[in-house]
Design a protein around this ligand. Sequence first.
Ligand SMILES: CC(C)(COP(=O)(O)OP(=O)(O)OC[C@H]1O[C@@H](n2cnc3c(N)ncnc32)[C@H](O)[C@@H]1OP(=O)(O)O)[C@@H](O)C(=O)NCCC(=O)NCCS
Length: 187
Amino acid sequence: MRFPGHGHRHPEDVVIGPLDLSARVDEALAVQALAFGLGQDEVAVRRQIVLRHMTYPGARALGATSAERLVGFVYGMPNNRTHWWSTVVEPYLRARDHDEWLDNSFVITELHVHPHYQNRGAGRSLITTITDAATEPRSILSAIDTDSPARGLYRSLGYEDLARQVLFPSAPKPYAVMGAPLPLRRR
Ligand SMILES: CC(C)(COP(=O)(O)OP(=O)(O)OC[C@H]1O[C@@H](n2cnc3c(N)ncnc32)[C@H](O)[C@@H]1OP(=O)(O)O)[C@@H](O)C(=O)NCCC(=O)NCCS
């Protein structure tokens, strides 16, 4: 899939395709560090987490590249109630009778686009393409519980709030957990 570049700084096309995330973890984390704002110590921690995640059954990643450079990525996996993320969100979902969303669900673990390449449809294409290949009937994710471009994008794709003000140990800001039926809504 190609997106015509516009603007003067980045005339190259952005291409969405499979990504060997274990092999390109440092490039991906460099994108995440810029997009999400990670310090060097957080990058080192995330690096080990990403490499572990990619060993989980069904874990998959897609990249957005421009002239061979990685400018965005998404990865996720079928949810498993024994995974750390699922154990953290489960009591919040259960309190709202939503914990069935943890079964038969594809989790979006990370989605990030380099700031210079945002608002050109790459994020939308990454998440719709990865979920289109999922066999699960639904998808869940967590996002910082604020009105961000990410929250706006997820809502426009059909994700709705399943829980809010979810606290992850060591994360300073509360998260919202969102869920959507698959395939994701098209405009
Ligand atoms: C979230 C993110 C990946 C989206 O990538 P992107 O390539 O810019 O997204 P797209 O261009 O495909 O879609 C942008 C959409 O975001 C939404 N959006 C953009 N700016 C917005 C804003 N200021 N307020 C609300 N929604 C906004 C819109 O729904 C827009 O869709 P549109 O096509 O109708 O305009 C990117 O903003 C990013 O990397 N953010 C920082 C990291 C982050 O928060 N990641 C998610 C962690 S949960």
